[in-house]
Design a protein around this ligand. Structure first.
Ligand code: SF4
Length: 329
């Protein structure tokens, strides 16, 4: 791990006030991410992964913790400096249509992103926009189309071109392929991978699907009710999944779902995610965990070291013999 990662997140937490109660959306999350690498954030709906992405970009303010980007402490940065830095930190959404004006052609939308950041002249922006459309696999005539005239896959490519127009260092990809057909998912993921290699891009790739995340990620963090329950290099996580939640996710998510029914099945792991407004005592995963005992129900596990660079928050990983038993299941 480099001493100067592009992104360093230290113990960030975020609570919301909902129905007069405190909702712990993110609790003490830390990670580092080197330039040119991908961190996959995985978890079911409500795990806090999208909130975490927005906290990193400071689209949401964290309650505590620090975020360093390219050596600068974002929490100490003025709004003006942060606005300038936003050029380096882009986001691609699950629904790119929602981030495009229905009254603007896609060419104008890409050019507008550059104009807002005062990049180039009108002519150079138009030329760059055409070049980017081509780079993401779209014909240049598409610049005259409006968002409603494009398919989901084409719109996602426009979203990627728009993000790329600012030459970012970091892109947060928030479920960018979840709404797409499986064949288009593969194409978009391949495109993101090619672009990463070409431009040395750094990604935070958010998905509920471990299979999607595996392909792109160097490191994976598994989130459950706002906490990282397991984190490891991607190949290590797939070889030695240690937290019972990761194991269940892996068992149930062996491939990209081909139908909405399969997708539904994929996320319906034993029971529901508990309400974050009323989280379970002790280990928050205990109501769904096949190994839960009284200790789990009363004492919250902390992250334990499983192997170099691999941590998991589960009482069963404290003893090496337990770890072996757990991984043998
Ligand atoms: Fe399951 Fe207990 Fe581990 Fe939680 S601490 S994941 S309940 S075994």
């Amino acid at each position: 791990m480099s001493d100067n990662p592009l992104l360093r997140v230290e113990n960030i937490s975020k609570t919301f006030r909902v129905q007069g109660k405190k909702l712990h959306a993110i609790e003490n999350v830390s990670f580092t991410l080197e330039a040119g690498k991908t961190l996959g954030l995985v978890g079911e709906s409500g795990s806090g992964k999208s909130t975490l992405g927005r906290l990193v970009l400071r689209l949401l303010e964290s309650d505590k913790g620090k975020i360093f980007f390219d050596g600068a402490d974002l929490s100490k940065m003025s709004k003006e400096k942060l606005r300038a830095l936003r050029r380096d930190m882009q986001i691609i959404f699950q629904d790119p249509k929602a981030s495009l004006s229905p009254r603007m052609t896609v060419g104008d939308a890409i050019e507008d992103a550059m104009a807002i950041h005062k990049i180039g002249t009108k002519a150079s922006r138009r030329a760059r926009m055409t070049e980017l459309l081509e780079r993401v696999g779209l014909p240049s005539e598409i610049q005259y189309a409006y968002p409603h005239e494009l398919s989901g896959g084409q719109l996602q490519r426009v979203g990627i071109a728009r993000a790329l127009s600012l030459n970012p260092k970091l892109i947060i990809c928030d479920e960018p392929v979840s709404a797409l057909d499986v064949s288009i998912q593969v194409q978009v993921i391949q495109l993101l991978r090619d672009l990463q290699q070409e431009f040395n891009l750094t990604y935070i790739f958010i998905s509920h699907n471990l299979a999607v995340v595996e392909y792109l990620s160097d490191e994976i963090a598994v989130l459950y009710l706002g906490e990282v329950v397991e984190q490891a290099p991607a190949d290590e996580l797939f070889k030695t999944p240690t937290h019972p939640y990761t194991q269940v996710l892996l068992d149930s998510i062996l491939k990209i779902p081909e139908t909405p029914e399969m997708k539904q099945q994929m996320v319906s792991i034993q029971g529901e995610v508990p309400s974050p407004l009323n989280p379970p005592s002790g280990c928050t995963f205990h109501p769904r965990c096949p190994y839960a005992d009284d200790h789990c129900r009363s004492v919250k596990p902390v992250q334990s070291l499983v192997a170099d660079g691999h941590v998991a928050a589960c009482h069963r990983v404290k003893e090496p013999q337990d770890l072996l038993l757990l991984n043998a299941k």
